[in-house]
Design a binder for this molecule. Sequence first.
Ligand code: OGA
Ligand code: MN
Length: 299
Amino acid sequence: MVEIWPVTEDFAAEVGDVDLSQPISDEDWQTIEDAYHRYSVLVFPDQHLDHDQHAAIANRFGDIDHSMQKSMSIRDERLPSAIADVSNLGPDGDVLAADDRMMGFQRGNRLWHTDSSFKPTPANASLLAMKSIPPVGGFTEFADMRAAWDALPTDLRHAIEGRIAIHSIATSRARLGFEMTEEENGNYPRVPQAMVRTHRVTGRKSVYIASHAGEIIDMNRDESEELLRRLEDHCTQRQFVYAHRWRVDDLVIWDNRCTMHRGRPFDDLRWRRDAQRATSLDVGPTWQQEGLELPVALA
Ligand code: OGA
Ligand code: MN
């Protein structure tokens, strides 16, 4: 029988007595799914999945969200396309050089974000498998965007309800000085996303922002950045955050619809951190799910 050990009453839980590489009974899967909806972040220690098994578990949550790295002018032959390489390693398994383009791209994960919000249909579940860790640093932090919504001051609630922000991978990468090529930007045009979401299963509302978001519709660039900064500051206060200290072979599953996350720094020129992520897509664009209308220019 699957065991659930909550970290807090409704955010983050450890899940024990289950080997995800083995067939899972319907009852056990129901327990895991219920926990996913209640806690949003689930930590499964000691998991040994091959790439196909890893992708198959992701596939239970939705269609596979293929890694964008394949379509970038970045070397990436270490993992199959169903698995995003979130490590600091090259195809040979060695630590990347300081000037490697991939290194600049990966450091973007250190900004608060939710996965694939720069795609028309963003991510539902992310499943991050940790295969080697630095001895110090390299935590991952998760923010509960439902609790953040519940505690959001009224003026901010009014400012974002029914509103749409424009997300783009170029926006988050530019924040750390990483430049996308014209071709890469062509593959990933800017997309609209609702700023407040309602969870399809639990009905709970959450704030939906990310470092990928730069502009808000019907606001100028400065106003947009100011509001986004205020929102991020609010949503990432310590009381909404769970910081995960990795163990080798942890698999952590999170719900991108109602959480943000960021990787914390470590000495990435020295230590190998082998993080591999399988991701599932949500069912459609967030503005559609919220019943919002796009301005003519975006429709
Ligand atoms: C990710 C991610 C952060 C980390 O896998 O989507 O942002 O700590 N990871 O590796
Ligand atoms: Mn991420």
